[in-house]
Every structure is written in structure tokens, then in C-alpha cells.
Design a protein around this ligand. Structure first.
Ligand code: SF4
Length: 115
């Protein structure tokens, strides 16, 4: 197996090549160790941190920005986005408040204060 990827960890965007099999993957093209970790994870267990917004029910035309506390499986992005879209919260909201609990072993949390 050989797969070519662009590292998305920093703006440099190194072009990675991941080759080998599941328990013996080799990464080339990375300029730092983070790219090696990214390349292996992207092939074996790709995950993403999701950022979005949630409607604030008791504040007209107000949304609160949110994100997953930890990355979730890449295959679950649409499911988690659907869950976020169907959620409303009530102010006041503080940064770090749990908006949705139990999302692929993590939480969706607020990233903005709403008084
Ligand atoms: S390998 Fe390192 S330097 Fe290259 S894009 Fe990834 S994080 Fe940035």
C-alpha cells in the first residue's frame, strides 16, 4: 500500500508518502515528527476536530461557536454535524461549557461566551 497525503498540521503542507501495511507503516516527505504521526494516523485511524455553531434559543439571531473537545473519527463527521445542527442551547453560556455530551467518547463544547 502506498498513499500520498498533504500534511495539514501546519501551513507548510508537506507532501507525505505513507507506505507499508497496517502494523508497519513508513512515512516519507515530512519535515518534522508531527507529520510522521499525522501520516500514520491518517492512514490507520483518521480523525478530525469539528468546529461549528449552535443556535441560542433565548437570544434572537444568536449562535454560539462550538467544537469537539477531542477529534472524532473522520467517518463520523456528517453524523456529528447533524447532531450539532439539531441542537439548541440557552444563554448564558461560558467558554468550555458542554453543549453535547457523549459524542464518540468526547464532548461538543462552547468556544464563545454568551451573556
Ligand atoms: S510535516 Fe511538520 S512541517 Fe510539514 S506540514 Fe506537517 S507539521 Fe508542518
Amino acid at each position: 500500500m502506498e498513499r500520498k497525503l498533504t500534511c495539514i498540521i501546519c501551513p507548510r503542507g508537506c507532501q507525505l508518502t505513507v507506505s507499508g501495511e497496517a502494523d508497519n507503516l513508513t512515512v516519507t516527505g515530512h519535515a518534522c515528527p508531527r507529520g510522521q504521526v499525522y501520516g500514520i494516523n491518517e492512514v490507520s485511524n483518521p480523525v478530525r476536530t469539528i468546529t461549528s455553531i449552535v443556535r441560542v434559543a433565548n437570544r434572537e439571531d444568536t449562535m454560539v461557536s462550538v467544537k469537539t473537545r477531542q477529534p472524532v473519527p473522520k467517518d463520523a463527521i456528517f453524523e456529528v454535524m447533524s447532531l450539532i445542527r439539531s441542537t439548541t442551547v440557552k444563554a448564558p453560556i461560558k467558554i468550555g461549557d458542554v453543549i453535547i455530551d457523549g459524542v464518540y467518547g468526547t464532548q461538543v463544547i462552547a468556544t464563545k461566551n454568551i451573556d
